[in-house]
Write a protein that binds this ligand. Structure first.
Ligand code: AMP
Ligand code: ZN
Length: 466
């Protein structure tokens, strides 16, 4: 079963063949940490987390190096620090911590590397110097600009033609630019803004150079897979290619990255999320109300290249899908077995077909049905195998790793759980003492607390009613 990935550069699905199967490299553009992430920012993190899991499954856990950067130098960060009157490090540390906490709730694994721009000034300056030496960039008025006319493949990724772009130019035309599309590699900082020394004066890097420099420094060129949201194709990724390729006098874009992957955009009730519309849904707020796994399910419920529309209905559907699967796991609690490759195959096959997560989720339901059939037939051995397969497939997608009892208890806090457990124990005692009136009274008390009690062959379990 080969892994096939849609490559934005080729505009088609290609078999994924890493440069070195013992060292598979992937880089995804990460967050700019000036505020809480919104739900759209969570989409690439979750999508590429599934790809990371799949690559580890395919090539081995130690064979995959995944880097997701933290952008901690940016105008928006400067603006926020100035408005709060604190150094930028205070802002970036606060929002990076919040981002990582929220990603943890979504079941996103920590990437192998999380490079920060502030730790890579030497690498950035070295790469800018190399691009200049190759004659592809020039210094002007404290700036260093990339000369787009020096790279013959500029526009290949986004399929834009430089002449058309110049004709329809809407970019800022600064007097020191040779060509309106020349972009900044280094620029002077404004007064009171953070700056770093460089051969071209005190200043700071442009946005695009951070990724190509951190990729070269941490992963080495070319990398196997480069990912991000579809909005990054132009100009960010186009410019990254130009920098990464030209720093070494190459020409072909695959001297920088061999496969390009982009997730589609997330909208809210059919609208673009934007501050001006006032519909920005912060991940931090959402995961305080809805289990992270429900959010993850919702994010994976559409194919990653398709647009995804967020709505209350999507959350309800995602919750009930997980309830069904966790229900099957709860009914088979304690039944052990080895995962069956034949049962796992449809899920793996879907995932390997350009991360077809809706197809993989359908595979999970098929496994749950198999598990329920075995339970209904009283075939514990088969149920154990189906259960193990469902758990293994869930792990591949970063789902179903919770204890089913905990899942159904929802957000019950410790104190409530203790109280419920104590009442259930007292009810059991009452039943043993054949005091059925007391047992019923305790059940009623639990009902009044909105707790449903279920007596089964494995003992008594409970959940909070919806
Ligand atoms: P930013 O912090 O704005 O640089 O974005 C971080 C990542 O989130 C990038 O890969 C963006 O492409 C992605 N992204 C931003 N908005 C959305 C959205 N509405 N839907 C999907 N991805 C998004
Ligand atoms: Zn980037």
């Amino acid at each position: 079963m080969v892994l096939r990935l849609y490559d934005t550069l080729a505009r088609e699905k290609r078999d994924f063949v890493p440069r070195d199967p013992k060292r598979v490299t992937m880089y995804v553009c990460g967050p700019t940490v000036y505020d809480f992430a919104h739900i759209g920012n969570a989409r690439p993190a979750v999508v590429f987390d599934v790809l990371y899991r799949l690559l580890r499954h395919t090539f081995g856990e130690g064979a995959v190096i995944y880097a997701r950067n933290i952008t901690d130098v940016d105008d928006k960060i400067n603006a926020r620090a100035a408005s709060e009157g604190v150094p930028i490090g205070r802002i970036t540390a606060r929002y990076e911590a919040a981002y990582l906490e929220d990603m943890g709730k979504l079941g996103v694994l920590a990437p192998t590397l999380a490079p920060h721009v502030t730790d890579h000034m030497d690498a950035i300056i070295a790469q800018i110097g190399a691009i200049m030496e190759q004659g592809c960039a020039y210094a002007a008025e404290g700036h260093v600009l990339f000369d787009v006319s020096a790279y013959e493949n500029y526009g290949r990724l986004s399929r834009r033609n430089l002449d058309d772009m110049i004709a329809g130019a809407r970019v800022e035309v600064a007097p020191y630019k040779k060509n309106p599309h020349d972009f900044v590699l280094w620029k002077p900082s404004k007064a009171h803004e953070p700056s770093w020394p460089s051969p071209w004066g005190e200043g700071r890097p442009g946005w695009h150079i951070e990724c190509s420099a951190m990729i070269e420094e941490n992963l080495g060129l070319p990398i196997d897979i480069h990912g991000g949201g579809i909005d990054l194709v132009f100009p960010h990724h186009e410019n990254e290619i130009a920098q990464g390729v030209c720093a070494h006098g190459h020409s072909a874009p695959d001297a920088y990255a061999r496969y390009w992957m982009h997730n589609g955009f997330l909208t809210i009730e059919q609208d673009k999320m934007s501050k001006s519309v006032g519909n920005v849904l912060l991940l931090h707020d959402l995961v305080a109300q809805v289990p992270g796994e429900v959010v993850r399910w919702a994010l994976l419920s559409a194919h990653y290249r398709q647009p995804l529309d967020w709505s209350a209905g999507l959350i309800t559907q995602s919750k009930s899908a997980l309830d069904r699967l966790y229900g099957a796991l709860r009914r088979s609690a304690g039944m052990g077995g080895e995962a069956d490759p034949a049962l796992l195959a449809p899920v793996l096959e879907a995932a390997r077909d350009d991360l077809n997560t809706p197809g993989a989720m359908a595979g999970l339901f098929a496994m749950a049905s198999e598990l329920e059939r075995a339970l209904n037939a009283g075939d514990q051995a088969r149920a154990g195998v189906a259960r193990a397969s469902l758990c293994a497939a869930g792990e591949l997608l970063g789902l179903l790793q919770d204890d089913p009892e905990t899942w159904f208890r929802g957000g019950a806090d410790e104190a409530l759980a203790e109280q419920v457990e104590a009442l259930i124990a007292a009810r059991k005692q009452a039943k043993l003492a054949r005091d059925f009136a007391e047992a019923d009274r305790i059940r009623d008390e639990l009902t009044s607390m909105n707790i449903e009690v279920m007596d089964g062959p494995q003992g008594t379990t409970w959940r909070i009613r919806d």
